[in-house]
Design a protein. Sequence first.
Length: 154
Amino acid sequence: MDTVLHAGLRRAERRATRAPSTLRTDGLRPIDVTVVDVSTTGLGVETREELSISDEITIGLPGVGTRRAYIAWKRDNRYGCAFYSPLEEDDMARAFLSANLVALGTQQRAHVAKPSVTRAPDIEHNHWYMPLDAILVTIGYLAAGGYAVWHFLH
């Protein structure tokens, strides 16, 4: 079954790979995945674990470091992930080179590259960072406060 969060045309060329990696959803344990393709705007992964559309993830890119992304679509055990900020071309060239790959389950020292953000991401993402009821309560407090000020002044 195909499920899609963000339906749009792919803008970046994809490079095929069959590389091991690890991702984490916010607050959960590491999940071993196989990266099947990568581009400057995202990547495709396969895993037996169940992930949800719009899950925010951190994924390790051998040769580059970790990147923040979200699950944009799902088809069986394959997931499309969109980066919040695109990879630079030189990072894309280093990502998943065979010299940088380590088999899943091998102990390694963690190396996290500093993200290079030069512009705001242009990815549409319909994910609320604040629950709707909290937003409505905030709007209610603002309206009540505005009414109280108006009533005090008149």
